[in-house]
Design a protein around this ligand. Structure first.
Ligand code: BYC
Length: 331
């Protein structure tokens, strides 16, 4: 839906020198909260930043289908299975939406998917952890989708129109995902001692990876300053992480569960929950491909891509047939 009348020109390298008057005018538009649309002039680095962020986001949605897919055949009831199936389909839809938004910037979906399959592109660290029990499905919905909402609601006000608009539907669906996850956790936490222990174990394993999902601390975030000036990002990584922690700790208390952080304290003066130190070595290990499931996630994605070749070929053949019929009708 975003691909009408788009320039197919390849973006110039981000290093090329640009007209200072154009750059100043562009920044003035951003400062005035104007939306930038695909055919508008934009700095090359703005374009590249968006392609990087939106495509990483799309890849995360697509890879994110795997850990949850692991429990589809073992969901504890038909109702739970239908909910999970719907949620996973939503994630696939988000990925397609986001690839479309990225395509408005002059890059092809094939190229982006190729970068994912070759291992060149990043996707969210969170999806490189395994789902070991049914409670993990609850924890992912509650924590991972909860973190996603915190990060993505501000993206609805991103300066780039297609990305901002795509985020509106995505955030609505993520809110439903978060509720279904919390409801699973509530059922387990209020169930038998064994079920409560499962919920606690899932929280123990998903808490820190969810806290890390927001990206490196502000002092190590290489893109934040510029992305904030361009109003792609509206809050820094640490600011969003703090909002997430503040919202989530009381939810854990309501469930009667314990956040796995012995240093977690409530600071009366600032009214914030303060976490203990984050293990950034673990974060970077996972980002660099050494997490528990990185290899498995990419291998699965490559296999699925190969298995789906016939679908892409059939779709292309059908499109060619329709074009031919249209030409014949017009002749
Ligand atoms: N994992 O300068 P920084 C979802 C990389 S989907 C891996 O702070 P930026 C969901 C970063 O890419 C979740 N890599 O970067 C789906 C950069 O490397 P490059 C995804 C990470 O872009 C299904 C380097 O570290 N959400 O929620 O300003 C089911 C330095 O970082 C991570 C989005 O993509 C990470 N966690 O800020 C349920 C949202 N964090 O590119 C849920 C949109 C950082 O220089 N994206 N890196 O090689 C964003 O908001 C921003 O891109 C980030 C990072 C906050 C993630």
């Amino acid at each position: 839906m975003y691909t009408q009348a788009l320039s197919t020109e390849r973006p110039a390298p981000a290093s090329a020198v640009e007209d200072p008057a154009l750059l100043a005018r562009f920044q003035a538009r951003i400062d005035a909260e104007e939306r930038i649309e695909p055919m508008d002039w934009m700095p090359k680095a703005y374009r590249q930043t968006l392609i990087r962020q939106i495509s990483q986001h799309a890849h995360s949605e697509i890879i994110g289908m795997q850990p949850e897919g692991n429990w589809l055949t073992r969901a504890p009831s038909l109702k739970r299975k239908l909910q999970l199936l719907a949620k996973i389909q939503d994630e696939g839809g988000h990925g397609l939406y986001l690839y479309s938004a990225a395509e408005t910037l002059g890059v092809s979906r094939e190229e982006l998917v190729g970068q994912l399959l070759s291992g060149k592109a990043k996707y969210s660290s969170i999806f490189n952890y395994p789902t070991l029990s049914w409670a993990d499905i609850g924890a992912i919905g509650w924590l991972v989708d909860g973190a996603a909402i915190m990060n993505q609601i501000p993206l609805c006000r991103c300066s780039y129109g297609p990305y901002a608009r795509a985020m509106i539907l995505i955030c609505k669906e993520e809110s439903f995902h978060q509720r279904q996850g919390y409801e699973i956790m509530m059922t387990l936490a209020k169930g038998t001692p064994k079920q409560k222990a499962m919920a606690q174990d899932a929280l123990n394993r998903w808490w820190w990876p969810s806290v890390m999902m927001f990206g490196p601390s502000d002092k190590d975030s290489v893109h934040s300053d510029q992305a904030m000036r361009w109003k792609i990002k509206r809050f820094t990584n640490d600011a969003l992480r703090q909002k997430f922690v503040d919202a989530t700790v009381p939810q854990a208390h309501y469930l009667g569960l314990t956040i796995p952080d012995p240093d977690l304290t409530y600071d009366e003066a600032s009214k914030h929950w303060i976490t203990g130190p984050i293990d950034w070595d673990e974060f970077w290990r996972v980002v660099k491909g050494e997490g528990p499931c990185n290899k498995q996630r990419l291998e699965t994605r490559r296999k699925v891509h190969d298995d789906g070749a016939w679908v892409r070929e059939a779709a292309e053949a059908f499109a060619a047939k329709r074009r031919k019929a249209k030409r014949a009708a017009a002749a």
